[in-house]
Write a new protein. Structure first.
Length: 300
């Protein structure tokens, strides 16, 4: 098994753990924005310490960062902030596994954005995967109870938030892959850790200023929740480093395709940890979306 596949699976596992922790914090402890910020602010110290330690250990100076690096990194960071906020809102609307699956439309959208922005290509089998994935999304976009026509199924809040978050996560993935490719160095981990450190700092500053302006009370709540929130930071750092490292090795669409194993992880978390029920319709939607990813990996 290729190294980038193993790293992508690890990234999906860490991300599932982070979303589980974020869901518990969003259920009364913090607002959606506060839960989103907790992910960035508690990851920052670990990320910067790791970056500084790795550069010192290797005896390498901070590599030159081009103008395009900053464009890719900052646009990816902003897209990720809003996307994470959308996912937290999804958790308040539908259950954990379905929320994660809506978010995973990022894979299909990354294929298109990767081609347009970076010239990354996938095979014609990607068209088959897109069709299968869209069917799964349509099934999952049914409002609770399955009532209403197709317009209502597509226009409900959960579907909208899921598709928007998928688009934004796709934008962030392309931005992050572009940023890592702009660092002229052969060490994949060095490119990843420097990129993560820069993005994480920008996200922490941007969201901190936003909360200070719009929800100042949340900063106190985030500090009060530090014993649980710090683990969001740890899993966030581990997940981000894994994603970024994989992006240095492979097309972002394929990385996210393998990362679809997160759907299975989230289904297990939904049933075993949150004691939520998965309906047969939701199960088939998840199965179809997962099948679309399998087509991308095997035939793409």
């Amino acid at each position: 098994m290729e190294l980038w596949i193993i790293i992508s699976i690890a990234a999906a596992a860490f991300q599932t753990l982070r979303f589980m922790l974020q869901k518990t914090l969003s259920m009364g402890t913090l607002s959606a924005a506060g839960t989103t910020f907790a992910r960035f602010v508690y990851a920052a110290p670990f990320t910067w310490a790791l970056a500084a330690g790795y550069l010192a250990w290797r005896g390498i100076e901070i590599p030159a960062l081009s103008g395009w690096f900053w464009i890719y990194a900052l646009s990816g960071g902003l897209a990720q902030i809003v996307a994470t906020f959308c996912v937290v809102l999804i958790f308040q609307t539908r259950n954990f596994a379905v929320g994660i699956t809506f978010k995973k439309t990022e894979v299909i959208q990354t294929v298109i954005l990767g081609l347009v922005v970076l010239g990354d290509r996938v095979s014609s089998a990607g068209v088959v995967a897109i069709v299968i994935g869209l069917v799964g999304v349509l099934i999952l976009s049914d409002p609770p109870g399955g009532q209403g026509g197709w317009l209502q199924r597509l226009a409900n809040r959960a579907a909208g938030l899921g598709l928007v978050s998928g688009t934004l996560f796709a934008i962030s993935a392309i931005g992050y892959r572009g940023a890592t490719l702009e660092i002229a160095h052969d060490d994949s981990f060095l490119r990843a850790v420097v990129s993560v450190a820069v993005v994480n700092l920008s996200q922490t500053l941007a969201m901190g200023l936003w909360l200070r302006w719009r929800e100042p009370g949340q900063l106190t709540c985030i500090w009060a929740a530090r014993r649980k929130a710090v683990w969001i930071g740890v899993t966030s750092m581990a997940g981000s480093l894994s994603w970024f490292t994989a992006f240095t090795m492979q097309n972002a669409a394929y990385v996210f395709a393998v990362g679809q194993i997160e759907v299975i992880f989230s289904l297990l978390a939904s049933v075993l940890f949150f004691h939520e029920k998965i309906t047969s319709r939701e199960f088939w939607g998840i199965a179809l979306l997962s099948a679309s990813i399998l087509v991308l990996v095997v035939l793409g």
